[in-house]
Design a binder for this molecule. Structure first.
Ligand SMILES: N[C@@H](CCC[C@H](N)C(=O)O)C(=O)O
Length: 283
């Protein structure tokens, strides 16, 4: 199978052009190739597929093989892939995901895409749509939750996939390997959850670390950055436009209240192309 390794702010995936390649068992293949010792090494696998509703369709799999409905860093990298590899010459494209159809604006420099702005659509706070179960609340905003014997306050948002945003004093001081899995598998989240830990720097800037559902700590999460920026605004900690500092880089997030949509702007990077033998894995 031919593939391309790409990343958005260090959130790295193996991208497969499924207009040409066929994968029979994507969950198994994703788990195998994501392994950083025995596979290619990535946070998961992203398939670029044909769509009858948009220019392309994204199918994304986490490193544990589970399917995710949306991936903010992933859609930016797909935009770069389809332009740079000549699958389109458009600089505004649409990508169908299980979390809706996203419109993307591409910045091209010297014939290659460097920067992508994505209309991530409206953040969803309705608890049943996330899904998050918290007594009979219809929204879970700044609610106390006990994890590993400590009380945190959580704000739950869906960006097409589920997020729990937790404000902390210092992102450097959290033991994410210990508490991340406990948030991910907390009984209030029937489909598990992606958890963002946020330190507010000032009204325009936040720092974020993320524990991703199905992947563990990653260097960045695009949907998580959007959920965190919106949670920061909802909880009156920042304005509508924030720069999110992630371990692997920065994303600019803006909530457009009039349109009720979030715009995410950030880089997309190609690392290398390769080919892998999947005999015994995808027969
Ligand atoms: N890294 C992604 C999100 C990937 C999916 C997530 N782990 C899930 O299962 O919902 C991003 O950049 O948004």
């Amino acid at each position: 199978m031919k593939f391309t390794k790409m990343h958005g702010c260090g959130n790295d995936y193996v991208y497969v052009n499924c207009l040409e390649e066929k994968i029979n068992n994507p969950n198994k293949v994703a788990k195998f190739i994501s392994d950083r010792h025995f596979g290619i090494g990535s946070d998961g696998m992203i398939c670029i597929c044909p769509s009858d509703k948009a220019d392309f369709r994204m199918a994304m799999y986490n490193s544990d093989g589970s399917e995710g409905a949306m991936c903010g860093n992933g859609v930016r990298c797909i935009a770069k892939y389809v332009y740079d590899y000549g699958l389109t010459d458009k600089t505004t494209i649409t990508i169908e995901t299980k979390g809706g159809i996203k419109e993307l604006d591409l910045t091209v420099e010297d014939g290659k895409v460097t920067w992508v702005k994505v209309d991530m659509e409206a953040p969803i706070t309705e608890a049943s749509k996330i899904p998050a179960i918290y007594d009979d609340l219809t929204e879970v905003i700044d609610q106390p939750v006990i994890v590993d014997g400590k009380e945190y306050n959580i704000t739950c948002i869906s960006m097409g996939n589920p997020h729990g945003v937790v404000f902390v004093d210092s992102v450097a001081d959290i033991d994410i390997e210990k508490i991340g899995p406990k948030f991910e598998n907390h009984p209030m989240f029937p489909d598990r959850v992606n958890t963002e830990f946020i330190e507010v720097v000032d009204e325009n800037t936040i720092k974020m670390r993320v524990w991703e559902r199905g992947a563990g700590e990653t260097l960045a999460c695009g949907t998580g950055a959007c959920a965190s920026a919106y949670a920061s605004y909802l909880n009156k900690k920042t304005g509508k436009k924030v720069l999110v500092h992630l371990l692997g880089g920065d994303l600019q997030i803006e909530y457009d209240e009039e349109k009720d949509t979030i715009f995410m702007t950030g880089p997309a990077t190609t690392v290398f192309d390769g080919e892998i033998d999947l005999t015994g894995i995808d027969d």
